[in-house]
Design a protein around this ligand. Structure first.
Ligand code: SAH
Length: 521
């Protein structure tokens, strides 16, 4: 699908209906399982109410920066906000014409009170729509190889709630009847495995009936514990399952091993630390995820744009306004392309300017803006760019370089050595972050992260600085993946060796190098 047809498709789903609150399911954890309609609504929402402890973090990248987020979940097992209180909270926003979304994990109306919220909104005269999403049991079944309906032998599936303490006046579900007719999936049964197994055993379900428990379904940390009715309670107790988890009873729980695709992906079980700046990490994160790795983001650098009254901004704006007067524009990062594009008033200003690019990521970003580079050296480093252009091209020519404040003087010096006249401008600042999450440090110390990836010398050096006294201990056994020669130099300088080095110096090349190395061992 090209970009235009994707836009057409979105247009046909339609914008937010006026005077409507969206009760919106986000799916069970894999951010890709929100529906397209759900994603579009979330992207448009002005106010977002959520009550999940486990809202898939990536879905926040969909929301507008100015959207208001309201957490209405329980704090320390405190009282849950009632549906009519939620409706009261929404009413003034609704009356002011704001687009309000109530987010729900999984599907909004499967064990999630979406219907209560809907009725409370209606009682106060507010319109609503319900945007469904895969419910966790069915998604977990797909991800864990549990064919809840198997056309040869299982033709019913039941969804039940397994909480031992329930609302007064409602009888417990008839687990036995459901398990006798097909696959039984139990939500909220994490604390009650023993009780449910006992009910089923007493109801004469065979002790060899397969049982599976799926923890953190569809998330990279998904874990499946399998057993049978006779041993499951003990197995689950031994496996120390945490919330959220689902139970499955019936033949489907022990189906063909080949259906377990999620566990069999090339990087399944590998946890990978990504140290590059948040704004630049999405592609790397996605590539690792689609290979099955669990990604832990710990940006050791951040990008600050040159902006506002910063004198460097005046220089930048002036240079870009007069860009037609340069012979060559030199771009060495995707960030530089972003800065160029956001400062450019009309792309035709670039008509007479030649563009030289270092790095596949830089080239890709430029291509996305339908701009072709005139010169791309085969090797993605500074010296090769100067060599690639050569004296014949550069003699007497005006060059504009848009780079990070940390970029060294080598490139402009080399270009000037070849006769060019350079304006070397700071387009953005690469700053070190000042903390790394304690949880990440603990995981690193406990060797629960196998790989760390570095896309520049700064990401590596700052990583070491952030770890402080723990650095040596943590670096032992941690596999280090490097974006290219200059990053590898920084790694070697610290006495370590890169385990993998990208041959193609971009996100794709980096991920490929980790995959190749992993498969080779
Ligand atoms: N509306 C949700 C269910 C909310 S009830 C849905 O449609 O999925 C909360 C229960 O759902 C949890 O106790 C757990 O049993 C189950 N659950 C939700 N997300 C899960 C996940 N990612 N992995 C396993 N179980 C999950």
């Amino acid at each position: 699908m090209n970009e235009t047809s994707l836009r057409d498709f979105f247009d046909r789903i339609g914008p937010w209906p006026t005077k409507t609150v969206a009760i919106l399911g986000v799916g069970p954890g894999d951010p890709g399982l929100i529906t397209v309609k759900g994603a579009l609504r979330l992207h448009e929402a002005d106010v977002i109410l959520y009550d999940m402890g486990h809202c898939p973090p990536d879905i926040w990248t969909l929301i507008k920066p100015e959207a208001e987020q309201v957490f209405m979940g329980r704090v320390n097992d405190g009282p849950r906000m009632k549906s009519n209180e939620v409706a009261d909270l929404i009413l003034p926003h609704y009356q002011a014409g704001r687009r309000v979304a109530i987010l729900k994990s999984g599907d909004p109306i499967v064990f999630n009170r979406g219907e209560r919220d809907a009725l409370a909104l209606a009682a106060k005269g507010m319109g609503f729509e319900v945007v469904p999403a895969p419910t966790s049991a069915l998604a977990a079944a797909s991800y864990a190889g549990i064919p809840v309906t198997d056309r040869r032998s299982i033709d019913a599936v039941s969804l039940a709630i397994g909480k031992p303490t329930r609302d007064a006046g409602i009888a417990d579900p008839d687990f036995a009847a459901m398990a006798h007719t097909g696959t039984l999936a139990v939500y909220m049964g994490e604390q009650n495995v023993d009780g449910i197994c006992r009910i089923l055993t007493d109801a004469k379900l065979k002790s060899s009936t397969p049982v599976a428990m799926v923890e953190n379904a569809t998330r990279p940390s998904q874990r499946v514990v399998r057993g049978d009715l006779s041993c499951m309670a003990a197995t689950v107790a031994g496996a120390k399952i945490s919330k959220p988890a689902l139970l499955f009873f019936g033949q489907a729980a022990n189906a063909d091993e080949q259906l377990r695709w999620f566990e069999h992906r090339p990087l399944s079980g590998q946890r990978v630390l990504i140290t590059r700046a948040k704004q630049q990490a999405s592609r790397t994160v996605g590539l690792f995820r689609s290979l099955g790795a669990e990604v832990v983001e710990a940006p050791t650098v951040k990008i600050d744009w040159v902006a506002g009254s910063d004198p460097k901004n005046a220089a930048l704006t002036e240079a870009v306004a007069a860009i037609g007067e340069y012979d060559w524009l030199i771009l060495t990062s995707a960030n530089a392309v972003d800065v160029l594009l956001s400062n450019l008033r009309d792309v035709r200003q670039l008509a007479g300017v030649k563009i030289a690019v270092v790095g596949c990521g830089t080239q890709r970003r430029l291509r996305e803006a339908h701009i072709r580079a005139d010169a791309v050296p085969a090797q993605s480093h500074t010296e090769s760019l100067a060599k690639h252009l050569g004296e014949e091209t550069l003699q007497g020519k005006r060059c504009l370089l848009l780079r990070s404040d940390l970029a060294n003087e080598l490139l402009p010096k080399m270009l000037e050595g070849l006769g060019a006249v350079c304006d070397n401008l700071v387009a953005y600042y690469t700053r070190s972050t000042d903390t790394i999450a304690q949880e990440t440090v603990d995981d690193l110390k406990a060797k629960k992260i196998q790989w760390a990836t570095f896309t520049s010398p700064w990401t590596f050096n700052n990583f070491i600085a952030l770890l402080g006294e723990h650095a040596n201990d943590i670096l032992t056994d941690l596999k280090l993946a490097s974006m290219g020669p200059s990053t590898s130099v920084a790694i070697r300088r610290s006495g370590q060796q890169p385990t993998a080095e990208a041959r193609q110096h971009d996100a794709d090349g980096l991920v490929q190098s980790v995959l190749d190395r992993h498969l080779a061992t």
